[in-house]
Write a protein that binds this ligand. Structure first.
Ligand SMILES: Nc1ncnc2c1ncn2[C@@H]1O[C@H](COP(=O)(O)OP(=O)(O)OP(=O)(O)O)[C@@H](O)[C@H]1O
Ligand SMILES: [Mg+2]
Length: 136
């Protein structure tokens, strides 16, 4: 939750964040933190069954994509219009399944499930200042 809230504060509009990690690693939970940080009151649930959810009622837009069900699907379903959405932030679970739609400049967050309540998180991003803030 804390990391998500920091990201809500630090990332510029148009940012795309790729979340990788095993089933149950905590990807959706992180997006919940972002929603809280953006003052979005709706409950963020795993969008696995609807692939994409767009939240417009917060400080900025939040786009939450879960590409899990797009594994092995080649067809274009128009998701690219929302990735890197200029008025907000885009978070993508299972980005490996929509590799051809991903922008070049992204933040990568790898979540490793270490133990029941322990997560190890690795972040790759081009802006060192943001990384520094996140370490605080
Ligand atoms: N940082 C954390 N610390 C402790 N528990 C966590 C953390 N993040 C998530 N969890 C717990 O792990 C479980 C799975 O989390 P979540 O649904 O966010 O995973 P996910 O990576 O989105 O999984 P999926 O790949 O199925 O979408 C939940 O029960 C959640 O409470
Ligand atoms: Mg999830």
């Amino acid at each position: 939750m804390g990391l998500g809230m920091s990201l809500a504060r630090l990332l510029p509009n148009g940012s795309t964040v790729l979340l990788t990690g095993d089933l149950g690693a905590g990807k959706t939970t992180l997006v919940r933190g972002v929603a809280r940080g953006l003052h979005i009151n709706e409950l963020v649930q795993s969008p696995t069954f609807n692939i994409m959810k767009l939240y417009l009622k917060g400080d900025r837009a939040l786009i939450h994509i879960d590409a899990y069900r797009l594994k092995d699907i080649e067809q274009d379903i128009g998701l690219d219009e929302y990735i890197g959405y200029e008025q907000g932030l885009t978070f993508i679970e299972w980005p490996e399944y929509i590799e051809n739609l991903l922008p070049k400049e992204v933040m990568n967050i790898e979540i490793h499930h270490v133990d029941d309540d322990v997560r190890d998180i690795e972040i790759t991003y081009h802006d060192e200042k943001v990384l520094e803030e996140l370490r605080k």
